[in-house]
Design a protein around this ligand. Structure first.
Ligand code: SAM
Length: 290
């Protein structure tokens, strides 16, 4: 029986049994695999790194979409960078008051194969009339955006390896800050700090240069193994993180969205970070410059 062995870390790795291979191909940008595992359902990997599984994707996508959108409360324009599997788009589309969703994905083949082999991820969201789908490097898009402005920006990127690396750069955060409306919020995929602690320090320094309120929130996603994963948070309005439980509960109720992980209590608690992470954030990043 074939197995997928993840290649994210040097000295440790997780592996999944491949019960059925749906697709394996080197796209223009990355090595894409979609296979079935008896427990996880359909799994997508890029460049040997787990991107998403049907079994646990709801945790990650609910937390990256609903935390900034419900904290803001009056979101009309959303930018998604990456997110080629379509599940982030699916969660954003559930908010009926959103008027425009721009999704910028570098690899058209990821979208094409996800639509075909991971249909439950996008669940029709790619056909939402509010979507403007752009196939481009997210860095080029944000750098070139002139009049575009967004209430929420979600960077649903791969890890800072290969095409995803630029989405963790000082320039990227600066450009995203520029095109974020006043009172807007940015959320980013920021890795598993127990194994990728310098990624958090780097984001703290690079994103922190551009946002008055920069911090992290977290959730444990089983197949991003190693404990909690962090989400970068950036806003010019610290009040967004002080929205109270009752307000979040009222906004969630008004949205009619049924969640499986997100609750107002989880939302508020997710910004509480463990001591080892708080201590690490006090130290300089190894190479904060870029
Ligand atoms: N949930 C996953 C995680 O936490 O690692 C990310 C999922 S999603 C598949 C990541 C997407 O980022 C991929 O579709 C990939 O093609 C896209 N991507 C990587 N670099 C990019 C870039 N520079 N611009 C736009 N999209 C990019």
């Amino acid at each position: 029986m074939k197995e997928f062995q993840e290649t994210l870390y040097d000295s440790i790795s997780q592996c999944f049994r491949i019960d059925r291979m749906y697709f394996e191909h080197k796209t223009e940008h990355q090595h894409l695999m979609i296979f079935h595992n008896a427990f996880l359902g359909r799994v997508m990997t890029l460049d040997g790194i787990v991107q998403t599984t049907e079994r646990d994707e709801f945790i990650y996508h609910e937390m990256m979409a609903h935390v900034p959108i419900l904290a803001h409360g009056r979101v009309r324009d959303v930018l998604i960078i990456g997110g080629g599997d379509g599940a982030m788009l699916r969660e954003v589309c559930k908010h009926r008051d959103i008027e425009r969703i721009v999704m910028v994905e570098i690899d058209a083949e990821v979208i094409e194969m996800a639509r075909q082999y991971l249909p439950n991820h996008s669940a029709g969201a790619f056909d939402d009339p509010r979507l403007e789908l752009v196939i481009s490097d997210g860095m080029d898009f944000v750098r070139g955006a002139e009049a575009e402005r967004f209430d929420v920006i979600i960077s649903d990127s791969t890890d800072p390896i290969g095409p995803g690396e630029v989405l963790f750069s000082d320039d990227f955060y600066g450009q995203c800050r520029r095109i974020l409306k006043p009172g807007g919020a940015m959320a980013t995929q920021n890795g598993v700090p127990f194994f990728q602690i310098d990624e958090v320090r780097q984001t703290r320094e690079r994103m922190g240069r551009h946002f008055a309120d920069q911090c992290f929130y977290s959730a444990a996603v089983p197949t991003y193994y190693g404990g909690i994963m962090t989400f970068g948070w950036g806003s010019d309005n610290p009040e967004l993180r002080r929205v109270d439980r009752e307000t979040l509960a009222a906004r969630l109720a008004a949205s009619d969205i049924e969640t499986r992980y997100y609750t107002p209590d989880i939302h508020l608690a997710s910004f509480a970070l463990p001591k080892y992470l708080l201590d690490a954030l006090e130290e300089p990043a190894a190479d904060a410059a870029q």
